[in-house]
Design a protein around this ligand. Structure first.
Ligand SMILES: [Fe+2]
Ligand SMILES: [Fe+2]
Length: 292
């Protein structure tokens, strides 16, 4: 890093989920396209857009190949905390949203809205479970990680950054962008080597995938691992690194995305009523305790 950022500079957004709200404007719900346009106009003027922009500026500058290696070494030891899923959910909920407590849902409610929308459409139970846990990796914030290393679009590091990634101009400040090892189309990778060999920018997606990888079927793992990889699942700009299995599995990632983005129901889920179903579901697939 060129200079170290002050704590406040590291976390420009008031709420860690502001980037997701921003995503809704980039990829509006097709069924609400007209309304979204209206709202976007207001949003453009707002201060929040600036904070999200600033968030991406830092994210794109500091997410380098070496940074990802260091974070993997630090967090894939899983020596931070031993928790059940329920303890992790409770822990994540301490990540309070102080921007607008009346309107915004807490983290459990976002998870339940996603999973309940999946359940309502009659998908298999592991798909429902995936909806319920997909953002648990955001507990990285509670381990003191800055926003830009937890949320935001994810993208491959170790090869050229796609122009289809949001705010591509901010990659100019990323040292990998001028490093010959990393700044070619394939960088350190081989054509169609498969995403398993490709390092993604570090965040809540990869972290949770690594925790869940022995417990869930492949489609569920792909959804968890790549749900923020918009430059592929929405823009299809990294096909040259993917193998046939990736291509097949990304159909699931695409299927998952609308539930993540557009499942905000007008009525918040009744957590108490839903709990017995989710207790059983979690117990079916996951061990009592997991290492975070
Ligand atoms: Fe997420
Ligand atoms: Fe999410």
């Amino acid at each position: 890093m060129k200079e170290s950022l002050h704590k406040d500079q590291q976390n420009p957004m008031e709420n860690v989920d502001d980037w997701e709200e921003n995503l809704l404007h980039r990829y509006p719900d097709p069924s609400e396209a007209k309304k979204e346009k209206e709202e976007f106009r207001n949003y453009v003027d707002s201060e929040r857009l600036d904070t999200v922009r600033e968030f991406y500026r830092i994210n794109h500058e500091y997410q380098t190949y070496d940074f990802v290696c260091n974070k993997e070494a630090e967090f894939l030891k899983f020596d931070k905390k031993e928790m059940s899923i329920w303890e992790a959910v409770e822990f994540l909920n301490t990540l309070v949203d102080d921007s607008d407590p009346d309107i915004d849902l807490d983290q459990t409610q976002h998870l339940l809205q996603t999973s309940e929308a999946i359940r309502a459409d009659g998908h298999p139970d592991w798909f429902v479970l995936t909806g319920f846990i997909h953002d648990l990796g955001k507990i990285l914030c509670l381990f003191g990680e800055p926003q830009w290393a937890v949320v935001g679009d994810t993208f491959p590091v170790g090869c050229a950054f796609s122009n289809k990634i949001v705010y591509p101009e901010f990659f100019k400040e990323n040292p990998d962008n001028t490093n010959e090892r990393f700044n070619t189309k394939y960088g350190v990778y081989e054509p169609n080597c498969g995403l398993d060999y490709v390092k993604m920018s570090w965040g809540h997606d990869e972290y949770l995938y690594q925790i869940m990888k022995d417990h869930l079927p492949d489609p569920a793992l792909y959804m968890i691992r790549y749900h923020s990889f918009y430059s592929q699942h929405r823009e299809n700009d990294y096909r040259h690194l993917m193998n046939n299995k990736d291509v097949e599995m990304f159909e699931w990632v695409k299927k998952f995305n609308p539930y993540d983005l557009y499942s905000k129901a007008p009525v918040p889920p009744n957590v108490k009523e839903l709990m017995p179903y989710y207790k059983e579901l979690v117990a079916k697939y996951l061990p009592e305790k997991l290492n975070f």
